[in-house]
Structure formats: C-alpha cells, structure tokens
Ligand binder design. Structure first.
Ligand SMILES: Cc1cc2nc3c(=O)[nH]c(=O)nc-3n(C[C@H](O)[C@H](O)[C@H](O)COP(=O)(O)OP(=O)(O)OC[C@H]3O[C@@H](n4cnc5c(N)ncnc54)[C@H](O)[C@@H]3O)c2cc1C
Length: 451
C-alpha cells in the first residue's frame, strides 16, 4: 500500500482521508489540536454550517452521507426580517430543494471516525506541521510534538490544514508560487439563541433567518438541539462598526434600533456578547495547488473564502470529489501522479477564484438586496421562469447551490442571466404577463443568441 499523509483533520482532511482509504492507501493524519472527542471543543469558527449539493456529492462518494443525514436539518429558504417587523419568506429553489444546517463539531466527528475506522488509517493529534522537504524517496514532513519533533517520509502529502496552511507556507518559498491574502474589513460575532420556555425553537426552523441592514446583517441558522446560532456580520469601523459597540448600553441600543424583534428572544444578549470575540474573515488565493506530483493543497488551504454563499466547506468537499475522480484514471494506469495533480490544479483553481468572487457578491445581496423590492421582484420573476423551464433557466443561487456546474461556469452564466433579467425588470408594465410563453421564449432565446 502507498503511504500518504494528510495534514489537518478538519472537515476536508477527514473526508479526504476516508476517500484515500477507500482506494486502499495507508493514510497518516496529522492534526495540531488535541482529539476533540476527549477534550474541549475548539472554538473560533462557526458552530454550524450550511451543507449543500456539492458537499453531499462528496459525502456520497466517500460513503458517509447516510451518517451525516442523521445530524442535518433541512433549510428551505431565507426568512427575512425588516426593521418594522415585516417578515417575508424566499424559497431557495424549486419545491423539495433545500440546504442543510449541520453542526461543525458533529460533522467533523462523523468524518474523522469514518476515516479512522478504515484499515490503514492512523490519526496523530497534537502534531503541528511546520513544513516539508523533498527527499529522494518522498516528502519529509516537519512535525512538532511535545515529546520530540519528527520527520516521517511519505510518498505523497495532502495539505488540508486550513486558511493559514503550513504546507502552503512551505510552497510560498518556491519559485513562481503565487500567494495573496486579504482580510475583509468586516468581522463577525456569534450569539446563541436558546430554546423557548416550551423547550422548542423560538423561530421557524426551516429557514435561514436574515435581518438585512445595508452595510451589516444578522443571520440565524438552527441547530438540532432547538437553539439557533445567530451571527452578526458588519464592518469593524464606521457608524455601524463593531468596534463602536464598546459597552453594554451601546450594544443594547444597537439591537433595539436595528433588530427590535430579536431582542426578546435573546435574554442573555449582553452576557453572550461579552463572552464571544469578534472574529475576522480572511481570503486567500494561490497558484499552483500542487507541488509536482507529490504535494497538493485542498479546502481552505488552497482557497479560503468569505462565508456568504455557504460554500467554503462545500467547495473543499468538491476538491475531494474531483480529485477522487481523477484518481480513477491514475488507478487505471492512464495517468501519472504528476499529470493527476496538474490536472487537479487546472480544474480547481478557476473554480476556487470564482467561488470567492461569488461569495463576496452574495454578502452584498444578503445584507443589502434581500430587503430590496426590485431584488425580490427579480427573484419572483426568475422563480416563474425556472418553474416553467427548469431545464433551461437556473437562477445563479441554484447553479451554485443545487448543481455541480463548475463555479466559474456558474459565475459566467449568472452574469449573462443578470443582464437578461435587467431587460425584463426595465419593463414593469409587462411583469404581470411574465407567464406568457412568447415572452418567456424571447427571454430564453437571449441565453444562447444565434442558436
Ligand atoms: C463564520 C463562518 C461560517 C461558515 N459557514 C459555512 C457554511 O455555511 N457552509 C460552508 O460550506 N462553509 C462555511 N464556512 C467555511 C468553512 O468553515 C471552511 O471552508 C471549512 O472549515 C474548511 O475546511 P478545511 O478542512 O479545509 O479547513 P479547517 O476546517 O480550517 O480545518 C483545518 C484543520 O487543520 C488543522 N491545522 C491547521 N494548521 C495545522 C498545522 N500546521 N499542522 C497540523 N494541523 C493543522 C486545524 O487545527 C484544523 O483542524 C464558514 C466559515 C466561517 C468562518
């Protein structure tokens, strides 16, 4: 069996280790933290995440989807809260289409246990990777451990060690490796919403609740224990900046003014506010994602993005399903490792860049446009088009969330569709007739002009 190493036992690393083990590789996983199953849960990242079709495909491919279904809560659309208390529901897609809320800790545990249960897989906690060197017979990992450092050698190494990847750090020292890191000038703070007096959810649990407020927003995603995780996203600086919320009075005044309907549901707001830090949001781009045929980056290590499309983990899982499919050719003897990892970079780098762009765009949509009447009108018109011609018109959100169309193709198609919809929106006198076959055909014909 070929010996490989996976650095980082997060969501992507654990899933990838399982896929490698399914193919018969002997996998050593190195994780800098202690085992989350025996110690405290490590904080610092979102408590729950939205899992959608790209993630599910990878989970199916790895053979773990059934276990994950047991902890997944279906979310059918956005539930918007205006300042005046008006509430609207906006379905995510066609009937039956939904995303799922899953707990980060629960998902990580399922993936890690599935990998660990495979023959040939070993997990080494409390091992911090500091980099690697090429040796004549493989790649030596530089591992820090409290007892002694170690330099085990592997045929191949997969860097799944997150946004601040040490494996990528090593690559940056190589000639012609590009790397770019940017922090969003906005941060976030998580606040738990406990169950109500009856022990049940305090709001509808079938939606992602959003309080869009222009330059900032509050969001809430449900958990199986009947709590919601609320997240306030906003700029650090400026009139509505997080930095200005320096004492209890200011926090209360801010919530009273902008989120009056949620205040009675958060009786421990001040305590929770003071107990949770404001976290930053980092974005990275790099190229290439492989070092020859021996080392590859996957997940946040290759492409850390902002969380506004709910696609960071999903795109990392898609890295796994794509590379797993490429290993099929390698196993069949029709490609070398060099070719396989080069192909992986070629397929995934444009996708990684595109989902970052999409996620940045979606932040504006979520915090600003979700409450905009023109935007809601467009959604309604697009919904009609999609219901009548589901094979021809897929709104951008559906392309990203409910399809496996590469992200860069989705981005391009989304831009074309947006232009077409702008033409439709410019004719408000005809909106009521936007069920007429002739008008719909006219709109659809603009998708592929000249066909
Ligand atoms: C607020 C927020 C909300 C989000 N919501 C969503 C969502 O709804 N849907 C979605 O798809 N994505 C979401 N994401 C993105 C998602 O969290 C990440 O894309 C995902 O965690 C990436 O998984 P990963 O395994 O690549 O990296 P990580 O989850 O960061 O795991 C990396 C692992 O490597 C370990 N490690 C790090 N350095 C070393 C080292 N030197 N040596 C050894 N081990 C190391 C870490 O301890 C960690 O266990 C969100 C992110 C944030 C911040």
């Amino acid at each position: 069996m070929a010996k490989v190493a996976v650095v980082g036992a997060g969501l992507v690393g654990s899933l990838w280790a399982k896929m490698l083990a399914n193919r018969g590789y002997e996998v050593s996983i190195y994780e800098r933290r202690s085992d989350p199953r025996v110690g405290p849960i490590h904080g610092g990242r979102s408590i729950n995440l939205a899992l959608s079709d790209r993630g599910w495909k990878a989970l199916e491919q790895a053979g773990v989807a059934e276990a994950v279904r047991t902890i997944a809560l279906p979310i059918h659309g956005r539930r918007m809260h205006a300042v005046d208390g008006t509430r609207t529901f906006q379905p995510y897609g066609l009937e039956g289409q939904c995303i799922y809320s899953v707990s980060r800790g629960g998902l990580n545990r399922i993936l890690l246990e599935a990998a660990e249960a495979m023959p040939g897989v070993s997990v080494h906690f409390n091992h911090r990777c500091e980099g690697y060197t090429h040796e004549s017979h493989g790649v030596a990992l530089h591992l820090e451990h409290e007892e002694r450092p170690a330099h085990p050698v592997f045929e191949r190494v997969f860097g799944t060690d997150g946004a601040f990847s040490a494996i990528r750090g090593q690559m940056t020292r190589q000639d012609r490796f590009n790397f770019e890191q940017t922090y969003l000038p906005h941060g976030y703070k998580e606040i738990p919403m406990l169950p109500g007096p009856d022990g049940g959810f305090q709001m509808e649990e079938d939606g992602l609740h959003i309080w869009p407020r222009g330059t900032f927003m509050l969001m809430a995603l449900p958990n199986p224990d009947k709590t919601f995780t609320c997240t306030l996203f906003g700029p650090y600086e400026g009139e509505h900046g997080l930095d200005a919320l320096t004492d209890d009075d200011k926090v209360m005044a801010f919530f009273e003014k902008h989120f009056p309907d949620v205040l009675p549901l958060l009786p421990n707001l001040l305590e929770d506010w003071n107990a949770h830090p404001v976290s930053s949001l980092v974005m990275t781009r790099c190229f290439p994602w492989n070092d020859g045929g021996r080392v590859a980056l996957m997940g946040d290590a290759a492409h850390a993005i902002v969380p506004f499309y709910g696609q960071g983990m999903n795109s990392g899982m898609e890295d796994c399903s794509v590379l797993d499919e490429l290993l099929e050719n390698l196993d069949a003897g029709s490609a070398s490792w060099d070719q396989t990892l080069q192909r992986y970079t070629a397929l995934r780098k444009p996708a990684g860049d595109a989902i970052l762009e999409l996620a940045l765009q979606n932040y504006i949509e979520m915090r600003d446009l979700t409450g905009d009447p023109q935007f809601l009108q467009q959604k309604a018109l697009e919904g009609r088009l999609q219901r009548k011609h589901p094979d021809k018109w897929l709104p951008l959100y559906s392309l990203v969330t409910f399809s496996h169309t590469p992200y860069h193709e989705a981005l391009e198609r989304g831009k074309r569709q947006q232009k077409i919809m702008e033409g439709v929106l410019a004719q408000p006198e005809r909106w009521n007739h936007f069920r007429d076959d002739a008008w719909m055909e006219e709109v659809l014909s603009q998708l592929h002009p000249g066909d």
